[in-house]
Design a protein around this ligand. Sequence first.
Ligand code: OGA
Ligand code: MN
Length: 300
Amino acid sequence: MSISIYPVMPDFAAEIGDVDLSKPLSPADESAIKDAFWKYAVLVFPQQTLTPEQQLGFAQLFGPIENERTLDPKATPTRYTGAFADISNLAADGKIWGESSRQRMYKAGNKLWHTDSSFKRLPSICSLLYAEKVAPIGGRTEFADQRAAYDALPDAMKKKLLGLVVEHWIATSRRRSGFMDFTEEEQKRLPPVPQVLVRTIPQSGRKSLYVASHAGRIWGMSDPEGRALIDELIAHVTQPQFIYRHRWRPHELVMWDNRCTMHRGTDFDDLRAVRDMRRVTVSDVANSCEQEGIAIPAPM
Ligand code: OGA
Ligand code: MN
């Protein structure tokens, strides 16, 4: 039997059934999942029981895996290293994190609309998040479709945005969520990087905005003018008609296209309830400016 696809919105977010991601996929299923992913940009796979290795195996079908975590594991140890980002509210010892733990302060930034790894020079094509345990209430993940939001812009705005380059910097989003104490090593490793503001997704040919909480300055604009434009675009993308709100079930995998969606986590009682998730992040093929044919200076 081939996979089943149940769209949540006509062109955004779909639930996928009749597939077991713990086993190698047939070529037909693999290509059907990829086609659905390029079309919907968010895929939900309910009732999967996946070991970390099986999650990684499925993720690798989409490209090379990011292996470097944003926070220095020496300053902030977590339960996972390497390919897995710990998206839980558990500390390295497996117990619920402390109220003022560094992990908790840093992860508060996930409640802002963002797209994973746009602050890296080589950004991410997609993320795959697996839920072991979910919060009984709250703790949703919300997704916004930056392609549909781009399509809905007035022509004059589309013209204005063409070719613009934006600096993405982890410190921009973390400053907004109140996390300022990056170590020297982290600051050195994570300088601001250029990304294009409007990109074309090769697999679908669709144009998309590429904004996020990491976006700060726009090249060729004053800081206040650039900031105002980014805020205006984020407000536009996050209107209700572009959003899918995901309610997690245990043993569910959700994957999203970081090139053309934004997401954010919603609040839950994180000092009391356990929400246990792990994420694998797949690297893009090149910096987004390079993909659009826009020359950018080499890193210093
Ligand atoms: C992520 C993320 C939000 C959430 O895993 O990249 O932003 O709801 N998660 O946990
Ligand atoms: Mn994220």
